[in-house]
Structure formats: C-alpha cells, structure tokens
Design a protein around this ligand. Structure first.
Ligand SMILES: Nc1nc(=O)c2c([nH]1)NC[C@@H]1CN(c3ccc(C(=O)N[C@@H](CCC(=O)O)C(=O)O)cc3)C=[N+]21
Length: 306
C-alpha cells in the first residue's frame, strides 16, 4: 500500500478544513455585526520555518475572512522598540490578535515580548496569564501547535481517559502545553526530555506518543508499542536524495508505520491544523474582547439611555 492512501496516516488537511469552515462562519457573523477580526503577525529577522508558517497564515486567514497583516522588523531592532510596537497594537481597537513568530534573535528576551501582548489579544496563549488557563482546565484558547496535536489524536477515536501518553520534548510552546491539555482530558501523561535516562523505555509504553524535539528520525520502530498512535510534531529541513530541500519530522515514518496503528505525515499532519487553530483562537479572542467591551461600556450605554 502506498504511503498516501494508507489509512494509518492521520492527515491534518480535512481537520483543518473543518475548523476553517467553522471559523469562516463566525468571522462572517462578527463582520456583519461590525466587529471584523484582524490578526497581526510580528516577525523579527529571517527564518525559513517562520516563512512557511506565515505564508500559510496569510492564505488561510484570507479563506476564513479574517484580516491579516505582517509586520517585519530587522534582526538588529531593540527589545524596547519591539515592546513599543506591541503596546501600539494593544491599544489599536482594530487589532484582534497579535502573534510573535518564534524564534526571535538571541538579544531579544522572548518572555518579555510575550508578556507585552495584552492577554485579550494573545492568540497564541503564550502570555503567562493565558498559559495559566490551561492549568485550570480552561481549554478554549491553547497554544496552537499543542492544540493541533491533540485534535489529531482525537481523530483516532481513542478514549483519552486513562490513556497512557508519552511526550518527547518539554518546550514551553509544545511539550508542556500538550501535557496540560491531555491531563485535563484524563490521560496519564509522561514527559521525556534531554535528561530522561531512557526515552525508548518510556516511549515503548505509550498508547499515544507525541514527539517534538527537532531531530529527524529520532523515533524508530523499536521505540513504539504495537498499535500505538504516533503524533509527529517535528519540522526539520533537510536535503533529500534529489538534492532538493524538504521537510521531515522527528519520526522515522518508514519503519514506524509497520508498528503503529496511526502516524501523522510531515508535512500534511499537525502543520495545517496549527494554522487553523490560530484562526480559531483569533475568533475566541474577538468574542472575549466583545464581552469585555459589553461589560465595561454596556452599563454606561444603559445608564445614558435611562
Ligand atoms: N510563535 C510561534 N508559534 C508557532 O507555532 C511557530 C512559530 N512561532 N515559529 C515557527 C514554527 C513552525 N510552525 C509551523 C506551523 C505550521 C506549518 C505548516 O502549515 N506546515 C504545513 C505546510 C508545509 C509547506 O507548505 O511546506 C504542513 O506541515 O503540511 C509549518 C510550520 C509554527 N511555528
């Protein structure tokens, strides 16, 4: 059976399309009510992985009926100048959401930038106040890649309650939020990282294995439990046998597909859903902003009318 039509492949495209269709309906209603959604992307310097992501954001935002603007800043900008730009966007009522594309140059502390975005405009869920929500089981706006990976696991139909999940990689933006999302769903979660003694020993116990470390083909067939679901979040650029640049994940799909019951292709797996979730988060941010506006000024309007 060929790779592409093998039913063990969990493909992200159809899931992304479903999410975008629903976002499109919400965005059309909000626009008709006078609240068009607008997403601002902030890029600092040049990175290939960011270019792919931003290109897809622009295309899918257009499909969904969400405004999209890219602000590019040179790599030698200061943190203070960037913060000032973010404060300007926070204050602009036409701006619904702000995403700061990672990575940023080393002289800029990403945490400071993340914290500068107003929590109501934080469409990535990476502000310390937003990421706290997922600890409290409030899951409607979670970091995009993490939420996308969990959506793809849902496609298996596996019951998440009590599921043995192992996550390889404990980054703030992927591994840690996946752990919290799945704990909220009742899964039993193990998180492995660079100090874990035997990643293989943990990985082999997993009913669902998530991998987000950025090492091509790290996960081989002998690290996977027969029948497991393997969610590959890696995005690594490498030169293929034809001399062309290509994207590969962290899982050795060729060997793992003979052991796992489900695996996610790269590209075409988690990536497309990540973009769709970003747009969904933008609509969640918009409704929170409208609710805040109503709570603040609705009272004033009512008093004025009396
Ligand atoms: N603040 C921040 N948040 C991120 O989530 C973030 C980031 N910065 N910086 C860059 C990485 C990378 N990333 C991608 C997401 C989707 C695709 C994507 O759409 N991939 C498609 C298309 C690939 C293609 O067109 O070649 C796929 O995998 O099928 C790619 C890359 C998010 N990241």
């Amino acid at each position: 059976m060929s790779l592409s039509d093998d039913s063990r492949y969990l493909r992200g495209g159809p899931v992304a399309q479903r999410i975008i269709a629903s976002v499109r309906e919400d965005a059309a209603i909000a626009t008709a009510e006078g609240f068009p959604a607008k997403l601002i992307s902030i890029t600092v310097g040049d990175t290939a992985a960011v270019d792919v992501y931003v290109r897809n954001q622009r295309a899918k935002a257009a499909l969904a009926g969400i405004g999209f603007e890219e602000r590019r800043f040179p790599a030698d900008i200061t943190a203070g100048e960037l913060e000032a730009a973010i404060h300007g966007l926070n204050a602009d009522p036409r701006v619904t959401g702000i995403i700061i594309q990672r990575p940023v140059p080393v002289h800029i502390p990403i945490k400071t930038l993340q914290a500068a975005v107003h929590p109501l405009k934080d469409v990535e869920g990476m502000h310390p106040a937003s990421i706290g929500n997922i600890v409290y089981n409030q899951l409607d706006l979670a970091p995009c890649t993490a939420a996308a990976s969990v959506e793809l696991l849902r496609e298996t139909g596996l019951d998440l309650k009590g599921l043995e999940v192992v996550i390889v990689g404990h980054s703030e933006i992927v591994g840690k939020p996946i752990a919290f999302l799945l704990m909220s769903e009742g899964a039993t979660v193990t998180v492995c990282h660079h100090m874990t003694r035997s990643v293989a020993a943990h990985a082999r116990r997993a009913d669902a294995l998530f991998v987000a470390v950025g090492k091509p083909r790290l996960i081989k067939a002998d690290m996977v439990k027969p029948g497991a679901a393997v969610i590959d979040i890696g995005i690594n650029a490498e030169i293929g046998p034809d001399g062309e640049s290509r994207i590969v994940g962290d899982v050795d799909a060729e060997s793992v597909k003979h052991v796992a019951s489900w695996i996610t292709p790269v590209p075409g797996g988690v990536g497309p859903i990540t973009v769709a979730i970003l747009l969904r988060n933008t609509m969640v941010a918009l409704s929170r902003q409208r609710a805040r506006y109503q709570a603040t000024y609705g009272v004033v309007d009512k008093l004025a009318a009396e």
